[in-house]
Design a protein around this ligand. Structure first.
Ligand SMILES: C[S@@+](CC[C@H](N)C(=O)[O-])C[C@H]1O[C@@H](n2cnc3c(N)ncnc32)[C@H](O)[C@@H]1O
Length: 283
């Protein structure tokens, strides 16, 4: 695990000590996200800085967390996101994963103070070595580089899984929604950027689309939730435009003789079905 300090702001030894909750709160108010992003414990991938409670609530609203969901908070700190998801949003099950035993201790104490029953569990574990594939909502307040390390795993999750990050993005994977959230906590006013990512289905490749009158060959090139490509009938090829996925929901436009034909549908992986048309993946 790498560690670093901000030149001129912290003594190098700071990087090697555990950061107690109170100090973390102070850090949170002193340093903007980008600044503390460079701080790291030697044995942790990122130090503890809690998300303000108002921001936690808004993150869960943005995720549309609810009774059908299983939420995982990766690097769960004092457990506030997992606990709030069950207490306030009635999430079916929430799991917080943190490598720091002190954070797990605080989380268990916080859970005991809140009436959430055993719907919330905490694992002392490394997020990079733990299976969280059952999650329908994943929350992250990590660093950019950690989001990027997690990105292939997140993109492999079930289409429609909602990922909400605080302050840090997924680089070229653009967010489906973002918001600047205001908060006031312990006399400190501030804002946090919150980003929503919806895991897209994987439709890259070749398909045959049948709309009752015509049969098109589609060659689709996908980049995260956007795609483009060509649609071919016989010798004639036209562009696929405005291709967009939201989980398993798909929309794109084919321009035929100056007229735009819009296709909206849903995929299960190997077929796409919409009103009056279906597409099948070619093998
Ligand atoms: C910035 S805090 C976020 C805490 C909480 N999610 C919140 O938003 O309030 C990041 C947390 O990740 C934990 N952490 C760092 N590296 C980790 C790893 N490899 N596996 C699990 N947890 C880790 C730290 O102990 C810390 O509590």
């Amino acid at each position: 695990m790498d560690s670093a300090v901000i030149p001129g702001t912290m003594s190098p030894s700071f990087a090697n000590i555990r950061v107690p909750a109170a100090a973390a709160l102070l850090l949170s108010s002193i340093f903007a996200a980008q600044a503390w992003s460079e701080l790291s414990d030697e044995w942790l991938d990122v130090v503890y800085v809690p998300t303000p409670h108002q921001v936690v609530s808004r993150m869960l609203e943005i995720a549309k967390a609810g009774p059908d969901d299983i939420l995982y908070d990766l690097g769960s700190g004092d457990g506030r996101i997992a606990i709030a998801s069950v207490r306030d949003f009635k999430v079916r099950k929430a799991v917080g994963i943190d490598l720091d035993p002190q954070r797990i201790k605080e989380s268990l104490a916080n859970r005991a103070k809140t009436v959430v029953g055993d719907g919330v569990t905490f694992l002392e574990a490394d997020i990079f070595k733990t299976d969280f594939s059952e999650a329908t909502v994943v929350t992250l307040y990590l660093l950019n580089r950690l989001n990027i390390r997690l990105r292939p795993i997140l993109l492999g999750m079930r289409p429609g899984t909602r990922i909400v990050t605080q302050s840090f993005t997924m680089n070229e994977w653009e967010s489906d929604y973002s918001e600047k959230v205001e908060f006031e906590e312990n006399g400190t006013k501030g804002t946090r950027n919150v980003f929503l990512y919806i895991v897209p289905a994987h439709i890259d490749g070749n398909w045959t689309l049948d709309d009752g009158t015509k049969s098109w060959s589609l060659a689709i090139r996908q980049q995260f939730q956007r795609f483009e490509g060509t649609a071919t009938i016989g010798e004639r090829s036209v562009e696929i435009r405005s291709g967009r996925l939201s989980g398993a929901a798909i929309g794109f436009t084919i321009e035929i003789e100056g007229r735009q034909a819009r296709y909206e549908g849903k995929t299960d992986g190997n077929t796409i079905a919409g009103p009056g048309w279906t597409a099948k993946r070619k093998y």
